[in-house]
Design a protein around this ligand. Structure first.
Ligand SMILES: C[S@@+](CC[C@H](N)C(=O)[O-])C[C@H]1O[C@@H](n2cnc3c(N)ncnc32)[C@H](O)[C@@H]1O
Length: 202
């Protein structure tokens, strides 16, 4: 029993450090003018502990993820665990895409809203403080992820059940187990995975 507990803790520790390494090896400055940083005033706590720590995707990787998914102005993009909002805001700025960012941490939502205001993208983007496992993201035509391997795996059935066939999913750094991606690409030391939701009959 003790040994199993110890093993679980060890696995969680390794996953979190791999996320930090994936994020830090290629860290770049966020592109929008003067990005907002976390404010020290009126800090709220998340409704529960986040499943994943906050590590931003480098801007070069964000740009490539959007290119790989062929994001355009007719899409509705959901970033599940949206951090400072950079993926959703970049899609709005570059392609005129409507986007929704979901984050469980109110500080991240505050930062993302500030960044959206500074980027003058508030007419296209929206940030919701929600648990991504409780979120209805069925309207999405593109979903972006930068989570953890076990969180991707836990999310996979919900993605396959709720998303329309043809919806594109792009993940920074982590795959989805035995669901083979259609494309895998390396950018500045980061790996990007790309899937398309299959027809329900498959
Ligand atoms: C690694 S960061 C990625 C941020 C952003 N998507 C990016 O690529 O720059 C993961 C984010 O997921 C959020 N998060 C963790 N667990 C969550 C949950 N259950 N529901 C919603 N957001 C969550 C964290 O607060 C954090 O901001």
């Amino acid at each position: 029993m003790q040994l199993r507990k110890l093993l679980k803790l060890l696995i969680a520790g390794v996953s979190i450090s791999s996320l930090a390494i994936a994020g830090c090896t290629t860290q770049r400055q966020f592109d929008t003018q003067s990005p907002a940083t976390t404010s020290s005033t009126s800090v709220q706590s998340p409704q529960r502990q986040p499943d994943v720590p906050y590590v931003p995707t480098p801007q070069t990787v964000v740009d490539r993820m959007l290119t790989i998914a062929k994001v355009n102005k007719n899409d509705v993009l959901y970033d599940l665990g949206s951090g400072d909002g950079r993926i959703v805001i970049t899609a709005a700025q570059k392609y005129g895409t409507r986007g929704v960012g979901i984050d469980i941490n109110p500080e991240r939502i505050k930062d993302a809203n500030n960044n959206a205001r500074q980027a003058r993208a508030t007419d296209l983007v929206e940030f919701r403080q929600q648990d991504l496992f409780q979120t209805d993201f069925s309207e999405a035509t593109v979903v972006t992820l930068y989570l953890l391997p076990e969180v991707n795996l836990k999310l996979r059935p919900k993605l396959l059940k709720e998303l329309k066939p043809g919806t594109r999913i792009v993940s920074h750094a982590f795959d989805m187990g035995d669901w083979q991606p259609e494309r895998v690409e390396k950018v500045d030391g980061s790996t990007i995975y790309y899937w398309v939701v299959p027809d329900k009959a498959q």
